[in-house]
Design a protein around this ligand. Structure first.
Ligand code: ATP
Ligand code: MG
Length: 611
């Protein structure tokens, strides 16, 4: 096993090899590109495609993106970046019933936040870098909608019909299913399969004109009903569906099927490497058949795109089925799509994970055809590797008990005296400066930093023991006060003179324990949301299990703590390492300077124990 630092260097993978092979062979060197896809005719006389490769991330806008999509995004945008290519963001919006603008907006947001951009320099204007005449802002947006190509897709369908390669089938859905056969049984030809192209064309036009009812007919490609690959048994390519589309409104009452639309979208956009997850492997012969036929018919130009499959990212303690995630939201098991326990990109962001950590985790998970599971812990490890070198430090007390320094007035002349303390913003980065706070006779410490009767090996506060208040004095514990129920209400200690951190006497007295604290009149109360994994089983929905049965009851615990001023006054969405407690973020929506709300992103070390 590589150390995390070694693994951070991009490892090669089979997709990188394929891209390198194609670049070396010049497979795509002859492509032309006119900018706006949608009509293959625009390629005639167009300049060469300036992108060495084109990939795409093609979400269907029917839900929020999740951690699995992050893998696909980093892979597609990452390959384009590495090899001088362009990655398109394309909404695969061929299903009018399930798609919504809300999802389109959330997806755009998530891809941007992850650090990727679908704008590329305008090829015709680019010029030499450094050339003052080079227009800096000229970029082309490569954001597309499959629905923008509906006209072309329909034209291609008519061309297939004309060539005898597609037919209108008027069997019922049940009859079509029954005649399709299965793995063991070959399919049977539809009684409508041998209509003439002229009959089919007339019928297709009636479908388009709204003269047939929903479900009365479908358009099917004409391949081979006995193929061992069921995807090639005359796949349906158009269906009748009266539904308002988020982009095309009521203009269409027939819609292309995903499997038909997707290869065409890729081809129109000059995609070179169409990367998808393994469940589409059996669709590849159809992808190839369709694009080759449309090239032969003169509707598309070679070299056409090719499809490559990789194993989807599975993360332990996480579910990624859109349907199940929606159930968590609809049944109010979580507070929404961006609940910090959700594996959606919006949820991960709100929890406090960084785009860098997500990208690092995806890179480390690797890209292969083999699949398997990625440990949830690898996400937290990536977060620590990202934040440790850069997150400012701060102190906070999450389970507070009062500590009173009983010799304060005697030592410093008055209860009102304050000792100025300072600490580095980051211990390895003096250039980031210092934080300042003050120590007085009353402070807050963690309840479990005191024990009336210490267990073996307990080096923190107990009567007679000395510890250092981090960045402050050594103190000696003298006892505690308790309420009627026996609960400790205050810990008592005295300051050991001349032991302040950073002064010449600081090291005169050696102690085994150092504790964190905040000054009682130099801190702010804060709502602290301690998040943990949403599920307590590694594979909550494996084998059709009821995923709701393994919800972790401890996935959210809210406490009121006391925090140092830097935390209380921070802007929203700032990340910190709280000493001894872990990585925290000021809550994206609920935090305001002076009214702190913090989310725990991850503890300092992996502490998860399977239940
Ligand atoms: P649906 O069942 O709604 O199609 P989906 O997860 O495939 O769900 P899409 O919006 O179609 O959602 O996905 C966009 C892209 O993200 C696809 O190319 C898909 O293969 C990829 N993707 C989805 N889940 C994962 C995953 N777990 N790992 C890697 N890639 C994924
Ligand atoms: Mg999909």
């Amino acid at each position: 096993m590589n150390s995390p630092k070694e693994a951070a260097a991009p490892a090669s993978n089979f997709l990188r090899h394929i891209v390198e092979r194609d670049l070396k062979a010049g497979t795509y060197a002859a492509r032309t590109f006119a900018g706006t896809p949608g009509d293959a005719a625009h390629h005639a006389g167009a300049p060469p495609d300036p992108a060495r490769i084109r990939t795409r991330f093609p979400p269907e806008p029917n839900g929020y993106l999740h951690i699995g999509h992050a893998k696909s995004i980093t892979l597609n945008f990452g390959l384009a970046q590495e090899y001088g290519g362009i990655c398109h963001l394309r909404f695969d919006d061929t299903n009018p019933e399930k798609e919504e603008q809300e999802y389109v907006d959330a997806i755009i947001d998530a891809v941007r936040w992850l650090g990727f951009d679908w704008h590329a320099p305008e090829p015709a204007l680019a010029g030499e870098p450094g050339d003052p005449a080079r227009p800096q802002e000229a970029t082309t947006s490569h954001l597309y909608f499959a629905s923008d190509y509906f006209d072309f897709m329909y034209r291609a369908a008519e061309a297939l019909v004309d060539a005898g390669l597609a037919y209108v089938d008027e069997q019922s859905a049940d009859e079509i299913r029954a005649r399709r056969g299965d793995f063991a049984t070959p399919g049977q030809d539809s009684p409508f399969r041998d209509r003439t192209p002229a009959e089919n064309l007339a019928r297709l036009r009636q479908m388009k004109a709204g003269e047939l009812t929903d479900g009365a007919a479908v358009l099917r490609a004409r391949l081979d009903m006995t193929s061992p690959n069921i995807n090639l048994r005359d796949p349906v390519i158009y269906r009748i569906k009266r539904a308002t589309h988020h982009n095309t409104g009521d203009r269409w009452c027939i819609y292309p099927m995903y499997a038909y639309a997707h290869p065409i979208e890729d081809a129109l956009e000059n995609i070179t490497h169409s990367i998808c997850t393994l469940e589409f492997e059996d669709q590849r012969p159809w992808y190839d058949w369709l694009l080759d036929k449309l090239c032969e018919l003169g509707l598309l130009a070679q070299p056409r795109p090719h499809q490559y499959e990789f194993a989807r990212l599975n993360v332990t303690y996480v579910i990624t089925s859109k349907r199940k995630l929606k159930a968590l939201v609809d049944e109010r098991i979580v507070a929404g799509w961006d609940d910090p326990r959700m594996p959606t990109i919006a949820g991960l962001r709100r929890r406090g994970y960084t785009p860098e950590a997500l990208r690092l985790m995806c890179e480390r998970a690797g890209t292969s055809k083999a699949g398997g599971w990625t440990e949830y812990a690898s996400l937290d490890a990536a977060l620590r590797d990202d934040l440790d070198p850069k997150a400012p430090r701060a102190m906070a007390v999450l389970d507070p008990v009062e500590l009173r320094l009983t010799n304060w007035a005697a030592l410093f002349g008055s209860e009102a005296h304050r000792e100025a303390c300072h600490a580095p913003v980051h211990p390895q980065k003096p250039e980031l400066g210092e934080r300042r706070f003050s120590l007085g006779p009353r402070l807050w410490i963690e309840r479990d930093d005191f024990a009336e009767v210490p267990a073996k090996g307990f080096f923190r506060l107990f009567p007679g023991n000395r510890v250092r208040l981090k960045y402050g004095y050594v103190i000696e514990c003298s006892g505690c006060e308790k309420d009627a129920a026996g609960q400790v209400t205050a810990v008592l200690a005295s300051v050991v003179p001349d032991t302040k951190s950073g002064t010449p006497g600081a090291d005169a007295i050696k102690v085994k324990g150092t504790i964190t604290w905040v000054g009682a009149d130099d801190c702010a109360p804060a709502e602290v949301r301690l998040y943990d994994r949403l599920f307590s089983e590694a594979q909550p929905d494996a084998g059709g299990k009821d995923f709701k049965a393994s919800l972790n009851p401890g996935s959210l615990r809210i406490v009121t703590g006391y925090v140092e001023a830097v935390l209380a006054n921070a802007a929203a969405e700032q990340r910190f390492q709280i000493e001894r407690h872990g990585y925290f973020v000021t809550e994206r929506h609920d935090h305001a300077p002076g009214k702190p709300v913090l989310n725990r992103i991850a503890p300092l070390r992996e502490t998860w124990t399977p239940k």
